[in-house]
Design a protein around this ligand. Structure first.
Ligand SMILES: Cc1cc2nc3c(=O)[nH]c(=O)nc-3n(C[C@H](O)[C@H](O)[C@H](O)COP(=O)(O)OP(=O)(O)OC[C@H]3O[C@@H](n4cnc5c(N)ncnc54)[C@H](O)[C@@H]3O)c2cc1C
Length: 457
């Protein structure tokens, strides 16, 4: 591990361990660059992922490399930072050690003086984890690539179907959750069907595609407020996306989805592709930390932090980003980045000037945006609310500004310029494991589910 060369040999630099190299972890590590500390970033993946653009990777606009950058590369000039590839499973709070597993399964323990936990959250299926077998969520790079395979694969399956009902099923996409991710995915899948693929199939017209957006709430994009939500609903309906608000999912299987509608009646939608973007929950690590420290968790399992983002009674442990619960702060990238910056600065100040009560964390809301389709987005920045083309330009600016590395920014801008002006989506390559002849390789049914369906029939 790198030792700060500026320190005399007999002084051991303070060890800061950061769990997670997402927005919060990356900003914390960057902030500690010039502090006399030794930083270790532990992540179970080797990359920093730009989650807000996962849906563009899933629908063939951006490549994996444009949204996922190797952590080591991003931090290569930070000489006091090292990266460790491992899944953290526990924290020995008394001995101040992070406990985890290397990809080989070999255990690893990393000592710390300060710990910053930025492990994010994961998709919640509201107690029905079995839905994940057929309805992938959208949190990781693997999720995006799975969705890419299923979306483009569904059109391939439609082209092989001889029965019109079966073809209709393959051309029906059901998305659960009308938050920003659900809305963005719905808009993109619709655009793939009506724009990208319109001249590619001879057996059917991809324009026959149905995109269903289902949600238990009253309106899509609720966090953007009623005015923008209404505009988003109008824009989606205008494009042809079917909105089913007030619909509670009661079952998901390999051939479709069942819901209870706003009037209480049950309804089934046959769909070749079901995607899940509703709800998040804290990972198991949060429960472990709560048990070890006595910290409280909120309803989603996130850890309740003090105003200085530390756990009560543990000033050496900060929890930052999506995993922290503080007032009504939303789980967005900007909160994570500002939280990471704050935690890094707090440690720097302590090391350089000695302990002192830090000022509480203050979040500065710089606004948010959600993309609906080419030239249409909603944008909310303080009192300014915009939609349509102005919203879209705002969306473009925000995403370009925050993409990691200049090369990615330039690459994304050029890609968007071609993808938005022409019917080109270059990133449509998918990989498939060859199983048995005749099997649907785009939508493999997990063996456990196949066995359950066999027993049922
Ligand atoms: C599809 C999607 C779209 C989004 N769109 C927007 C948007 O438009 N605007 C916006 O502001 N926000 C958006 N967000 C939210 C935003 O991405 C998150 O708020 C932000 O990523 C949170 O940062 P984080 O560092 O807390 O967690 P993450 O970015 O999730 O990073 C967590 C890191 O921890 C690692 N990790 C987790 N558990 C372990 C473990 N046990 N051991 C080791 N490593 C671990 C993970 O591999 C990951 O690298 C979106 C999120 C998603 C999923």
């Amino acid at each position: 591990m790198t030792v700060d060369p500026g320190l005399p040999d007999h002084i051991t630099p303070r060890r800061v361990v950061i769990i997670g190299g997402g927005f919060a972890g990356l900003f914390a590590a960057r902030t500690l660059r010039h502090a006399p500390v030794q930083v270790t970033v532990v992540d179970r993946t080797p990359h920093h992922l730009f989650q807000p653009l996962l849906y563009q990777c899933a629908t063939g606009i951006l490549s994996e490399g444009q949204i996922a950058v190797p952590l080591r590369h991003v931090l290569r000039r930070h000489e006091n930072v090292d990266c460790v590839l491992a899944e953290v499973t526990d924290v020995d709070v008394a001995a101040r050690r992070v406990i985890g597993l290397r990809p080989t399964g070999r255990p690893i323990e990393i000592p710390y003086d300060d710990l910053i936990v930025c492990a994010g959250v994961q998709q919640s299926y509201f107690g029905h984890d079995e839905y994940a077998l057929v309805a992938p969520g959208m949190k990781t790079l693997e999720d995006a690539l799975t969705i890419r395979r299923r979306v483009f694969g569904a059109f391939e399956m439609a082209s092989t179907a001889t029965d019109p009902a079966e073809r209709r099923r393959w051309l029906t996409f059901a998305l659960v959750g009308a938050g920003p991710t659900g809305v963005e995915l719905a808009g993109q899948i619709h655009e793939v069907a009506t724009f990208t693929l319109r001249n590619e199939y001879r057996q059917f017209d991809p324009d026959e595609t149905t995109v269903l957006l289902l949600d238990g709430g009253k309106e899509p994009l609720a966090p953007f407020g009623p005015k923008l939500a209404a505009r988003a609903a109008k824009a989606l309906a205008g494009m042809g996306v079917e909105l089913h608000m007030g619909s509670i999912v009661t079952a998901v299987d390999a051939r479709g989805i069942e819901v209870k509608g706003p009037d209480g009646t049950a309804r089934r939608f046959d769909a070749g592709t079901v995607l899940w973007t509703a709800g998040v929950t804290a990972p198991a690590l949060a429960g472990q930390l709560a048990r070890r420290t006595g910290a409280e968790q909120d309803r989603a399992g996130r850890l309740k932090v003090r105003p200085d983002l530390t756990l009560p009674g543990h000033p050496e442990i900060s929890v930052v980003g999506d995993l922290m619960s503080l007032g009504h702060l939303p789980g967005v990238a900007e909160v994570a980045m500002q939280g990471g910056l704050y935690a890094g600065r707090r440690i720097t100040r302590q090391v350089e000037r000695g302990a002192g009560e830090p000022r509480p964390f203050r979040y500065h809301d710089l606004g948010s945006a959600a993309y609906i389709s080419r030239g249409r987005a909603v944008l909310s920045v303080g009192p300014v609310h915009a939609s349509g083309l102005v919203g879209w330009l705002g969306w473009l600016f925000i995403h370009l500004a925050f993409l990691t590395s200049f090369r990615n920014r330039l690459g994304a801008l050029l890609t968007w310029a071609t993808a938005f002006s022409r019917e080109t989506r270059r990133e449509r390559a998918v990989t498939m494991a060859r199983v048995k002849p005749g099997e649907d390789l785009y939508h493999p049914v997990p063996e456990s589910l196949a066995a359950r369906e066999r027993t049922r029939s």
